[in-house]
Design a protein around this ligand. Structure first.
Ligand code: NAD
Ligand code: UGA
Length: 466
């Protein structure tokens, strides 16, 4: 089947960039990205320097395709009915209520999406799971789609997304692999072939892997779990390094030079963040428990527990480095995004570090080159609200949280600076000059190990794992 009209439901971090790249690479296909959020759609249609998400290279791709064969719209029903192929790229957060609370993926948005597809479709569709979903979700989606009363046939495929934020465009241009899961039926194979032919426009054939639907769904959760597991493994060893005089950077290099292990994802840090690692592992834990695989569930749960331990451990080191008391002391956090080159702050370690420091009475000053003040305040407010703190308590606490537009005001007269995101600019600061403006003896806590070791520093440098 030749595809010439695609719709994507969900104009977020995945829907926006993936569809922009498909539109760029397949000029004969009309791609319409739809979302319930009218502000987000307006921003996608707005100035290129103010798109709803920041990703290096994204604005150039949008500029090339927008208005030609790439469109952003809130008219979801129209886009669904016109399309032959529909990607579902809606959010699948951790459930905050009911059965599976705190672990299972909340499939409300996916189900609503499937229901809308069932209602709005008058012609046959290939429906694609782009969102990260628990294994066997396709079964539920098929059931919802079967409520269509117009005799429409739906084929459901799994095509999980592996892009990482900050490198999304490069990841999409040169994917390690594209995974397509489909049914082993005549129509299933035809649908898989249709999707493969789209990716074949720029991805080499040998990098497109086809599997059954359940393998594809599970491979996505497993990939994220394995990546996060490497970070928790190295972070757990960083604690041992701090006790023994070993240096985690050296240990990591030594381990990574073994070609069987490889060097990637062995960078010790204040802890991983981002919208997906924690949520996907918790979802995996839930699935294992559901199938009574308690030992397997506990194994993966430990990856998240070590991550929480790392965030707490780093914060405790700041507090003990300041003589065990930080009440009324100015402490500066450099970086709020969960990693460099993105403005995404979801599950960023910075939120948890700031929260503990505020609880201990510190005055927390924050500078991030890309994250806006209202985002930072909202992140802290959401965390406090989840603990049922009152509006008054939250507002009193947030008065001690000051967000800066430039670094120097944030650092002047500070008792300590903590680096929480590995933004390149932090590496190149004149740290000796900064330290002179801080309360003496100046203390810098490097949660990303980006500052070179040197004997010429006039400040006290504490790094992870040494
Ligand atoms: P997001 O929150 O940035 O975007 C999701 C969008 O879907 C939102 O704009 C929301 O308004 C919209 N939406 C929700 N329900 C809708 C509906 N019924 N109709 C229309 N629009 C609807 O989320 P994201 O980061 O793009 O993630 C989407 C999925 O992709 C998740 O399952 C996530 O796990 C997965 N994923 C994310 C990344 C990433 O880097 N962020 C990478 C790989 C996979
Ligand atoms: C991750 C995966 O890398 C993607 O393949 C996947 O598609 C995506 O999750 C998803 O499903 O959402 P992302 O979270 O965007 O991508 O970014 P990563 O580069 O994986 O970083 C995640 C976190 O781990 C960041 O906080 C980062 O700073 C931290 N990290 C990463 C480390 O602490 N050490 C490392 O060695 C690598």
């Amino acid at each position: 089947m030749k595809i010439n009209n695609i719709c994507c439901i969900g104009a977020g971090y995945v829907g926006g960039p993936t569809m922009a790249v498909i539109a760029l690479k397949c000029p004969d296909i009309k791609v319409t990205v739809v979302d319930l959020n009218a502000d987000r759609i307006a921003a996608w249609n707005g100035p290129l320097d103010d798109l709803p998400i920041y990703e290096p290279g994204l604005a150039e791709v949008v500029q090339e395709a927008r208005g030609k064969n790439l469109f952003f719209s809130t008219d979801i029903d129209k886009a669904i009915d016109e399309a032959q192929m529909i990607f579902m790229a809606v959010n699948t957060p951790t459930k905050t209520y009911g059965e599976g609370k705190g672990f299972a993926a909340d499939l409300t948005f996916v189900e609503k999406c499937a229901r809308q597809i069932a209602e709005a479709s008058t012609t046959d569709k290939i429906v694609i799971e782009k969102s990260t979903l628990p294994v066997r979700t396709a079964e539920k989606i098929k059931e919802v789609l079967s409520s269509n009363t117009k005799g429409v046939n739906f084929e459901v495929l799994s095509n999980p997304e592996f892009l990482a934020e900050g490198t999304a465009i490069q990841d999409l241009f040169k994917s390690d692999r594209v995974l397509v899961g489909g049914d082993d039926t005549e129509s299933g194979k035809a649908a898989v072939a249709a999707l493969v032919s789209i990716y074949s426009n720029w991805i080499p054939k040998e990098k497109i892997l086809t599997t059954n639907v359940w393998s594809s769904e599970l491979s996505k959760l497993a990939s994220n779990a394995m990546l996060a597991q490497r970070i928790s493994s190295i972070n757990s060893l960083s604690a041992l390094c701090e006790k023994t005089g070993a240096d985690i950077e050296e240990v990591s290099q030594a381990i990574g030079m073994d070609s069987r292990i490889g060097s990637k994802f062995l960078k010790s840090s204040v802890g991983f963040g981002g919208s997906c690692f924690q949520k996907d592992i918790l979802n995996l834990v839930y699935l294992c428990r559901h199938y009574s695989l308690d030992e397997v569930a506990e194994y993966w749960h430990q990856v998240v527990k070590i991550n929480n331990y790392q965030k707490n451990r780093f914060t405790k080191r700041i507090i003990s480095g300041l003589n065990g008391t930080i009440n009324q002391k100015k402490i500066t956090l450099l970086g709020w995004a969960f990693k460099k080159d993105t403005n995404d702050t979801r599950e960023s370690a910075a939120i948890y570090v700031a929260d503990i420091l505020l609880e201990e009475g510190a005055e927390v000053h924050i500078f991030d080159p890309m994250v806006k003040e209202n985002r930072i305040r909202q992140d802290l407010t959401t965390l406090c609200e989840a603990r049922n703190e009152s509006k008054h308590e939250i507002s009193v606490k947030l008065k001690r949280c000051i967000v800066h537009q430039e670094n120097i005001g944030a650092l002047e007269n500070s008792f300590a600076a903590a680096i929480l995101t590995e933004w390149d600019e932090f590496k190149f600061y004149d740290w000796n000059a900064i330290a002179e403006k801080m309360v003496q003896p100046a203390k810098v806590f490097d949660g990303r190990n980006i500052i070179e070791n040197s004997l010429d520093y006039n400040f006290n440098l504490t790094k992870i794992g040494s």
